[in-house]
Design a protein around this ligand. Structure first.
Ligand code: CO
Length: 216
């Protein structure tokens, strides 16, 4: 008996169930994937991409890291983005943050976590950029929630500024970038940034998203 035996058992049952419902399911998926969506979310175990939006294998391409960050020098994220947009031709990129994010909270509490501090510096940069907006809130919980929202708005802007999205829009490829925040307490996704469909909408979308938070 090994620690992951239950998982392997679950897997056999799941595979059998999928094949019982649709005998060609795996055969079809093995041939190709054609997801319409790219999910860029947090690694948090409570925010499983497929499950939250009710999509099956093959329907959503996923990149996750701590704090759902899109950093312009992160080859991992940029490679996923390029593959999703240029090869898979996804129509929607979803940047999904979540309330109760440990990475965001560490920044709000100025808590040191070790190596991860270097990664979290990107969230710290967002906090510094929006210092006045955050200082207006007294409770650390409120500040953390607000920083989760601001972080998503900034990451949407980062996605829109990548060479991948710029080139896609120049080619006239239809691809829209959305910003969402997931609530751990109710399991619901909230929009914090309307879909951005091109470079013209990028800056106005950013300003609109910030004003929709009810802060100047
Ligand atoms: Co998180």
């Amino acid at each position: 008996m090994c620690g992951i035996d239950p998982l392997l058992g679950n897997n056999r049952n799941w595979s059998a169930r999928c094949r019982a419902e649709d005998p060609k399911f795996f055969e079809r998926l093995a041939g190709q994937q054609a997801p319409r969506y790219l999910w860029i979310g947090c690694s948090d175990s409570r925010v499983p991409a497929n499950e939250i939006v009710g999509l099956r294998p093959g329907e959503i391409f996923v990149h996750r890291n701590v704090g759902n960050l899109v950093v312009h020098s992160d080859l991992n994220c940029l490679t996923v983005l390029q593959y999703a947009v240029e090869v898979l031709k996804v129509e929607h990129v979803l940047v999904v943050g979540h309330y109760g994010c440990g990475g965001v909270r560490a920044v709000v509490d100025e808590r040191r976590t070790g190596l991860a501090d270097n990664w979290l510096r990107h969230i710290e940069d967002v906090a510094r950029k929006h210092e006045a907006r955050l200082e207006a809130l007294r409770e650390p919980d409120e500040r953390a929630d607000r920083l989760c929202e601001l972080n998503v708005i900034e990451q949407v802007s980062n996605v829109c500024r990548t060479t991948v999205l710029r080139r896609a829009w120049e080619r006239g490829q239809p691809v829209e970038v959305h910003g969402l925040v997931y609530g751990l307490r109710d399991g619901l996704l909230r929009r914090v940034s309307e879909g951005v469909r091109g470079p013209e909408a990028r800056d106005s979308g950013y300003v609109e998203a910030l004003s929709a938070l009810g802060i100047p």
